[in-house]
Design a protein around this ligand. Structure first.
Ligand code: PMP
Length: 459
């Protein structure tokens, strides 16, 4: 056994032993981690008992809010009754069966089949595998290529990160999968080429998609992956009607439309799923996670159509799946989470407070450094720019999003920095008064950072 000092506090232990996902080494070395200790509703407290309003919602995920006794009870009850059972081959358990049925109930169209995973990345991986399996049994074995979009984030496993394409995610030292993975432009309505409006942009994007399919070969493209609103890629709001047109193109060429609803699902923008309710698209497959359990347990799901399920039947194995797929405790948590969303009518609440958030944050666009405030309901971001007119980005090295989030943190507000963006995605239980605090504090933080940049001659 090693001679590790016994008197270190949690932050020191963290610094000595933990490699954080997506960490930036220099900034971590300078600041260490903000160590959280407890949470209730939309608030979290650090280990020094300082309170913060969590406008990040954990990581787009604490939809019902933290500290729910009924969640703790559901988790504890299930852990005592049956803490684990695998769901391989022909093993089952009650919570996973009930959750699968519930998801089928909530999902659009004939999406009545569920394959559980451990989170969002593994849901994307699993869906990717399903594409090839489905097309092979349909007698289209060449249809293994997939198309995704620039600025997308679909997860961090080998396959899911290869499918995504956010700038900077693919570091040069690692060989990501490239064969059979293709990308088309992001539907970015903020930075459109000169002379474009949304309709023209939409036409161009659809034409680009059709051209890409043709270039790869219609008989080789198996699926299109799309977040209804691209999340970590910058809360990219698509032009009106675009997603539906993309789905129509997919349908025409037997290309599966896979909606990555890891962020948009379970109420974040006021609906169980955004694809159908907001964008009028019935996907073939929905990948979800995060709000599925509001982060109380790690769980994800691939919800897919009867059409795909029926086609896969026969004398063959479905060779994919994880030990913790259909984990009874995670499924019990997700069931209780969905029950709470229903009982407290949180979808309607998300619409109401989400509208208020849009309005309050929207007012920040008057600030000289704010180029854009965009998003939908409880999925918003504020983008800082060097020049509002030209939309010229601020230089990356300034890390302006991080400067703003640090300033906000000092005032008791957590917002997430992504480049020059600050993302706001609070729990659905947020109140108007909390949104007021959020907007006012964010304004102060942005002003402080803007003033500092001017003082230092960087703006
Ligand atoms: N898809 C989207 C749209 C996401 O935002 C994320 C995570 N932020 C993922 C997939 C990956 O999910 P996870 O981190 O649970 O693996």
């Amino acid at each position: 056994m090693k001679d590790t000092p016994k008197d270190l506090d949690p932050q020191q232990l963290d610094r000595r032993h933990l490699l954080h996902p997506w960490t930036h080494f220099d900034s971590f070395a300078a600041d260490g981690a903000l160590m959280l200790d407890r949470g209730e509703g939309c608030y979290v407290w650090d280990t020094a008992d300082r309170r913060y309003l969590d406008a990040v919602g954990g990581l787009w995920c604490t939809n019902i809010g933290l500290g729910r006794k009924e969640m703790a009870d559901a988790i504890a009850d299930q852990a005592l009754r049956l803490a684990f059972s695998n769901t391989f081959v022909d093993m089952g358990n009650t919570p996973s069966a009930k959750l699968a049925a519930k998801l089928a109930d909530l999902a659009p169209g004939d999406l009545n089949r569920v394959h559980f995973t451990t989170g969002g990345s593994t849901a994307i991986d699993s869906a990717y595998r399903m594409v090839a399996f489905y097309h092979r049994v349909m007698g289209r074995p060449e249809k293994t290529h997939v198309i995704a979009r620039d600025q997308s984030y679909h997860g961090a496993t080998y396959a899911s990160i290869s499918i995504g394409k956010r700038p900077g995610d693919k570091v040069p030292e690692f060989a990501y999968a490239q064969d059979g993975i293709h990308h088309v432009s992001a539907p970015d309505t903020y930075r459109m080429p000169d002379g474009f409006d949304e309709a023209v942009l939409s036409d161009r994007l659809v034409a680009e998609f059709e051209a890409k399919i043709k270039e790869i070969g219609t008989d080789r493209v198996g699926a299109f992956f799309a977040e209804p609103i691209q999340a970590s890629g910058g809360v990219v709001m698509p032009p009106d009607g675009y997603l539906k047109r993309m789905a129509d193109v997919c349908r025409k060429h037997d290309i599966l439309f896979i909606a990555d609803e890891v962020v948009t699902g379970f109420g974040r923008i006021g609906h169980w799923f955004a694809s159908e309710d907001v964008f009028d698209v019935t996907p073939d497959i929905i990948c979800c996670a995060k709000g599925l359990s509001s982060g109380y347990q790690p769980i994800g799901a691939v919800i897919f159509s009867d059409r795909i399920y029926n086609a896969m039947q026969g004398d063959r194995w479905y060779a994919s799946g994880y030990t913790y797929a259909g984990h009874p405790v995670a499924c019990a948590a997700a069931l209780k989470n969905i029950e709470i969303i229903e009982d407290e009518d949180l979808l309607h609440r998300a619409k109401r407070v989400g509208g208020y958030l849009e309005a309050r944050l929207g007012a920040l666009s008057d600030l000289p450094m704010v180029g854009d405030v965009r998003g939908r309901r409880l999925m918003m971001c504020v983008e800082s720019v060097a020049d509002k007119e030209t939309k010229t980005p601020l230089p990356d090295h300034l890390g302006v999003g991080k400067l703003i989030s640090n300033a906000a943190e000092a005032h008791g507000l957590l917002v997430r920095p992504i480049g020059a963006l600050n993302v706001i995605s609070p729990a659905l239980v947020i109140t108007e008064a909390e949104i007021d605090f959020m907007a006012e504090t964010l304004e102060v933080a942005i002003q402080e950072v803007a003033d500092d940049l001017v003082r230092n001659g960087e703006r």
